[in-house]
Design a protein around this ligand. Sequence first.
Ligand code: ZN
Length: 123
Amino acid sequence: MKPYKNKINRIRSFALSLIFIGVVIMYLGIFFRSNEIIMLIFMVLGLLAILGSTVVYAWIGTLSTKAVQIVCPNCGKATKMLGRVDMCGHCREPLTLDPSLEGKEFDESYNRPNRQNEQTDKK
Ligand SMILES: [Zn+2]
């Protein structure tokens, strides 16, 4: 299996796991019913995790509008990609918008803008 996942899918699964973490934390708080302060801390932490996931979901929404919709050459399905290189959300085929990177080995560092900054800093 290829090691990278489509970015939007990855953020989405992160937001989903935040909801589960929040629920689990709140559930754990029930075991501390005898101590109201600890229970309250667990409840607040759980609530924060769930609120955090809503923020992440809103963030995905803005990202999706910026993402480029393309048809994957490998599986023929429409997928959205972020940055210069990304993965197909269906078959994990590496995709690129930059023709100079085509055929090169997939590397997430192509997405980091600091590569160009390094060069300008040296001048
Ligand atoms: Zn595909």
